[in-house]
Design a protein around this ligand. Structure first.
Ligand SMILES: *Cc1c(COP(=O)(O)O)cnc(C)c1O
Length: 222
């Protein structure tokens, strides 16, 4: 209990300091606890500390971890932060409260159709591949305007913001700054950026959601 409670308190303090340094309201930054691969007792501990916002990167794993807890914890909020295949859209729309990884028209179309079918219009983010890495999902910065237009005009999806995962071998600041610039240009209020090792930089550059796994829960190696 104490370790995770201490981690959470320390993270919140660091977020507060970084926000103040940037002249931002710390309340405008939400801490998403990334619970992928974490053992059950750590999840229970996190819930006991009052944490309610969690991120998961795989639909199947998230279903196993959260579908029962969802029933008992009405204020739980789950963000999908990993790539979504169209054959998992039905489960994803039923389980999650926000999809952060919309990155192609085919996925946007499938999400729109499923949200309509379930009567569950989720806020979504578009994932941008700011480093234009071959293996990484996300739309390229150049492809963003077309995808955003399609989401808004053709599919009627409520796009609230942008999300990115910078290349591992580059300083993240330029990627965060690019994401912030793209969001401002397109009137998008939310920015999901920053992980355990760079969330303070992300907060200084405008993050409204930071996705923190290991610095919250401890190492994922069990
Ligand atoms: C795993 C993961 C995180 C959290 O990573 P940490 O380094 O453990 O904080 C954040 N975002 C995404 C998309 C992830 O897959």
């Amino acid at each position: 209990m104490t370790q995770i409670a201490d981690n959470k308190a320390a993270l919140e303090k660091k977020i507060e300091v970084a926000a103040h340094e940037a002249g931002r309201d710390p309340e405008s930054v939400r801490l998403v606890a990334v619970s992928k691969v974490q053992p059950d007792e750590r999840i229970e501990t996190a819930l006991a500390t009052g944490q309610r916002l969690f991120g998961e990167n795989r639909v199947q794993e998230a279903l196993e971890r959260w579908s029962v807890r969802r029933e008992t914890c009405p204020d739980l909020r789950l963000h999908l932060i990993g790539p979504l295949q169209t054959n998992k859209v039905k489960e994803a729309v039923a389980l999650f409260d926000c999809i952060e990884t919309v990155d192609r028209p085919k996925l946007a179309a499938a999400l729109a159709q499923e949200m309509e079918r379930q009567g569950r219009g989720l806020p979504c983010f578009i994932q941008v591949n700011t480093g234009e890495e071959e293996q990484k999902s996300g739309v390229t910065p150049a492809g963003l305007p077309d995808l955003l237009r399609a989401c808004r005009e053709e599919y009627g999806i409520d796009i609230r913001g942008l999300m990115c995962i910078p290349p591992q071998d580059e300083p993240p600041a330029m990627h965060f700054a690019l994401l912030a610039k793209l969001a401002a240009r397109h009137d998008l209020p939310d920015l999901s950026m920053g992980m355990s090792h760079d969330f303070e930089t992300a907060v200084r550059l405008g993050a409204t959601f930071v996705r923190v796994g290991t610095a919250f829960f401890g190492s994922r190696v069990s």
